[in-house]
Design a protein. Structure first.
Length: 122
C-alpha cells in the first residue's frame, strides 16, 4: 500500500472499520509503515480519528455519561499524554514502531476473531 491508491485504500478501510467496529487503526498502520512514516509523523494521522469521531458525535450526539465519568475520561487522557511525552524522545524509532503496530494488529485480530465467532454461532 503506497502512493495515492494506498492512501485511499487505507482511508476507506480505516473509515469502514472505525464505523463498524471502532478500530480504524489496523489499515492505517501498515500504510504508515509502507510509506516510511516515522512514528512522530504517524501521530498526525490521529487527527483523522478525531475528525471521524467528531462526525460521529455530530450525527449521533454525545454519549449520556455522568459528569464524574466525563471528568475521569478527561483526566485519563491528560495523564496518558503527560506520561507518554516524557519517554517519547528517548524511545528508539524501532521500538516505538512496534508499540504502534502491536496494538493495531491486536485490534484487527480481535475484530476478526469476534466476527468469525459470531459467524460460527450463526
Amino acid at each position: 500500500m503506497r502512493g495515492a491508491w494506498g492512501a485511499v485504500v487505507a482511508g476507506v478501510a480505516g473509515g469502514f472499520m472505525n464505523a463498524s467496529a471502532a478500530v480504524g487503526g489496523p489499515p492505517v498502520s501498515p500504510y504508515a509503515v509502507n510509506t516510511g512514516w516515522s512514528v512522530r509523523e504517524s501521530q498526525h494521522a490521529a487527527l483523522y480519528g478525531v475528525f471521524v469521531n467528531a462526525l460521529s458525535l455530530a450525527a449521533n450526539g454525545a454519549p449520556r455519561l455522568a459528569p464524574s465519568v466525563w471528568a475521569s475520561l478527561v483526566a485519563a487522557m491528560a495523564a496518558g499524554a503527560a506520561m507518554g511525552r516524557a519517554p517519547a524522545s528517548r524511545v528508539p524509532e524501532r521500538h516505538a514502531r512496534r508499540l504502534v503496530l502491536l496494538p493495531a494488529l491486536a485490534g484487527g485480530m480481535s475484530v476478526l476473531a469476534k466476527g468469525l465467532w459470531e459467524l460460527r454461532e450463526g
